[in-house]
Design a binder for this molecule. Structure first.
Ligand SMILES: *Cc1c(COP(=O)(O)O)cnc(C)c1O
Length: 461
């Protein structure tokens, strides 16, 4: 059997895809006009291969999730062994199986102090739905059922279910289908580069936190149940908060007795060079969401970490918490997560990102692109980076037709064998966390060629 898939196989797949498959977040007419979908057939380490034999460096770790890269046989074996032993049993009605218990104990030990209880789901969106249910149930049990409103941020991303979209602040998602649901509010994000104006980063950090306080006072603290935020906003364009933002948010939530929820779906499990970004920013969450890198994306799994205060109230309410998923605590997914975390620990991966590969990625990006006329800002830490493309570097002026230049650059990336994602005109980088320096060199070289080609298209270079 020839290793190269036949060209007509690709064409047949593309036709079947066009005929039958509805893709998430895709303009189907544009895809069909562009020759159809790109079909990824295999992968190794940090590299993807498509059905036409093209190799691409995956600068996005799939969708921020393939932490250990694509070749971890130990994860496959953990899944196989668990499937042979016990492929499924649920965790409803006073039952469990060893992997769901052992993973709960492990998560309690690696997460920040005070988060010692786990409620499982199969996706970040599901777990954020769980958070909405948990938060409202908590306040009911506490005798304050009128505390129902949850405050999120504009540009925030918390998933794609009705509750996930409502928690998030993505206007394009709200526009399709009359969302957000009632009792979800949004405030300005801590996006200093675009929204800071003449304020220093520190002044802006306080102003962005004050927007939360103002919203609480406008609604009345007796109506507000929780505030939710990604420690670093991911899909919204990798927006980094000023250092004083989260300490202020801690203070505000404590002052007005509002639960604090950290969505660590992207930032969890080492991506920032810390196990969790809440540690990096000193955030004191009552609840925390995980998904993505918890299994390196090999199998769906998510979790809500529940702090003492909420766990105690829910567990002693004298009633069932009427919520759960068929696959909550799925034994195969939990077995893979346990192995995934064990490998991260054996590789000392979080520390390596913090001290070695993370700083190297950012040094190389800044050397290669820091002075580029199209590059307004390069930001990030660990295995996360954003390159914000602007019309005028000095005044931080964005292009009028927002998203167009990002789209051009993303296409040049594809053509130069690198997967980068574009959010508006911000190029996002989140490679597998196991990426080595020689591959970082390739990533940076290809990113630079793509940005140069974009500048040429715009008549700048
Ligand atoms: C991806 C993401 C989600 C949603 O996770 P799904 O598994 O796609 O449902 C939620 N929050 C954040 C911060 C994310 O990046």
């Amino acid at each position: 059997m020839n290793n190269q898939p036949l060209r007509n196989t690709t064409l047949a797949w593309k036709k079947a895809d066009t005929d039958h498959h509805i893709h998430p977040f895709t303009d189907h007419a544009a895809m069909a006009n562009g020759g159809g979908t790109r079909i990824i057939t295999k992968a190794e380490g940090c590299w993807l291969e498509d059905s036409e034999g093209e190799r691409m460096l995956d600068g996005m770790a799939g969708l921020w999730c393939v932490a250990l890269g694509y070749s971890q046989e130990r994860l496959a074996k953990a899944a196989y062994n668990q499937m042979v032993e016990l492929p499924y049993y649920n965790t409803f009605f006073q039952t469990a199986q060893p992997p769901s218990i052992e993973l709960a104990e492990k998560l309690a030990s690696i997460t920040p102090e005070g988060l010692n209880h786990v409620f499982y789901g199969s996706s970040g969106s599901e777990s954020n739905d769980t958070i909405v249910r948990l938060v409202r149930h908590f306040w009911q049990v506490k005798g304050q059922p009128e505390k129902t409103v949850i405050i999120g941020r504009e540009l925030g991303y918390h998933g794609s279910t009705l509750a996930g979209v409502s928690l998030g602040g993505q206007s394009g998602m709200h526009a399709q289908g009359g969302l957000p649901l009632p009792d979800f509010e949004h405030v300005m994000p801590p996006y200093w580069y675009a929204k800071g104006g003449d304020l220093t980063e520190e002044e802006f950090g306080l102003a962005a936190a004050k927007a939360v306080e103002d919203k609480i006072l406008e609604l009345g603290p007796e109506k507000v149940a929780a505030f939710i935020g990604e420690p670093i906003m991911g899909a919204g364009g990798l927006l980094y908060p000023p250092e004083n933002y989260w300490p202020e948010i801690n203070r505000i939530c404590e002052q007005y007795d509002i639960l604090l929820v950290a969505d660590e779906v992207i930032t969890g499990f080492g991506r920032t060079g810390h196990w969790f970004a809440t540690e990096r920013y000193g955030i004191r969450p009552d609840l925390m969401t995980f998904a993505k890198a918890i299994t390196s994306g090999y199998i769906p799994l998510s979790a809500v970490m529940v702090g003492e205060r909420v766990a105690e109230a829910i567990n002693n309410s004298g009633d069932d918490f009427n919520h759960g998923y068929t696959y909550s605590g799925h034994p195969v997914a939990c077995a893979v997560a346990l192995e995934n975390i064990a490998i991260m620990e054996e590789l000392d991966l979080v520390n390596k990102i913090k001290t070695e590969t993370g700083p190297y990625l950012h040094k190389r990006l800044n050397e290669a692109l820091g002075d580029h006329p199209l590059v307004g800002e390069i930001r990030g830490e660990g295995m996360l980076a954003a390159i914000e493309l602007v019309e005028d570097k000095a005044t931080r002026k964005h292009f009028a037709d927002i998203g167009k230049v990002g789209g051009i650059c993303r296409d040049h990336c594809f053509n130069s064998g690198l997967i980068m994602r574009a959010t508006r005109d911000i190029m996002l980088i989140s490679p597998p966390m196991i990426i080595e320096k020689d591959e970082i060199d390739i990533l940076v070289d290809r990113a630079k060629s793509a940005i140069n080609a974009t500048a040429k298209d715009l008549g700048i270079l």
